[in-house]
Design a protein around this ligand. Structure first.
Ligand SMILES: Nc1ncnc2c1ncn2[C@@H]1O[C@H](COP(=O)(O)OP(=O)(O)OP(=O)(O)O)[C@@H](O)[C@H]1O
Length: 264
């Protein structure tokens, strides 16, 4: 069985006000792949991702997760397989405390209380936020809320992790911790982001969206050096690959060099 393949075929979505956000998108992602979805503001990334766990159901085209097409009947199973980290953590957090928010999903699976507690402790520890467990989520900072929303998804042990802007609002240290955490997550990852340096760290494959369509789909290294493609998609190279006037480094140099550059 092809449990964890994500297949999107000819997917289209037009919002009620007539905005055609996704206009015929197709791709296939295999088990264990780590794939970035990039594109300018309004390119259709969030709309696409909302279809991958059934928050939106296809108006036309199909979404398959493993052997199952996404339908009302398969929604429950698909939501166990696909963990979704939403763009706005406030869409994900609604319980009185962090621990209750992280426990919510496992409790809904019908797991016994001791197993739920183990999952809560483990998820909070993986994200490094055990100290927040008794806090009300709505009083946390943006970065802390992001970390809690990641913990709520990890507690469900999903096979596929879908993330919309996971590094938004994170300070540099928290961002680095997130990248390390995600690098250690062995299963399939699909990450929509404007953080192209994070893409360099985590995603060997990138899908470029432009005006609701797939503009390119291929190795990240090739896409990030294709300046005409980036310009057509209203994107720029990751900062790490841009020329550095202070150290006279060219944008084509290997990206590692810049990390040791210390401004005087
Ligand atoms: N609920 C909605 N109703 C109407 N139009 C919407 C709605 N949500 C998004 N859109 C529109 O659909 C298009 C795609 O939006 P979407 O949020 O999918 O893009 P995105 O690539 O995720 O953008 P960003 O990088 O700014 O988050 C945009 O033109 C947006 O204005």
């Amino acid at each position: 069985m092809s449990h964890h393949i994500v297949e999107v075929r000819d997917l289209a979505h037009t919002y009620a006000d007539g905005t055609a956000a996704v206009r015929g998108i197709s791709f296939r992602i295999h088990h264990g792949e780590s794939v970035a979805v990039i594109g300018a503001n309004g390119a259709g990334k969030s709309t696409l991702l909302l279809h991958l766990n059934g928050t939106l159901t296809p108006q036309s085209g199909t979404v398959r997760i493993g052997d199952f097409p996404l339908t009302k009947e398969t929604l429950r199973d698909i939501r166990r397989t696909v963990g979704m980290i939403f763009q706005d953590p406030d869409d994900q957090l609604f319980m009185p405390t962090v621990a209750e928010d992280v426990a919510f999903g496992p409790l809904n699976l019908g797991l016994p209380a001791d197993e739920v507690e183990i999952r809560v402790q483990r998820a909070l520890a993986r994200v490094g936020i055990e100290h927040l467990r008794a806090r009300p989520p709505y009083k946390l900072s943006g970065g802390e809320k992001r970390a809690v929303s990641i913990a709520t998804v990890l507690a469900m042990s999903p096979d596929i992790l879908v993330m919309d802007e996971p590094s938004a609002n994170l300070d540099p240290r928290a961002r680095r911790m997130l990248i390390a955490l995600l690098a250690g997550f062995q299963h399939t990852k699909i990450i929509a982001t404007h953080d192209l340096d994070l893409v360099l760290d985590l995603c060997p494959r990138t899908i470029v969206l432009h005006e609701g369509r797939v503009m390119a789909d291929g190795p990240t290294a090739a896409i990030f050096t294709d300046d005409p493609l980036l310009a057509r998609s209203h994107l720029e190279r990751p900062l790490r690959m841009q020329a550095c006037p202070r150290c006279a480094r060219s944008g084509d140099d290997p990206p590692e060099g810049i990390s040791s550059f210390q401004p005087s």
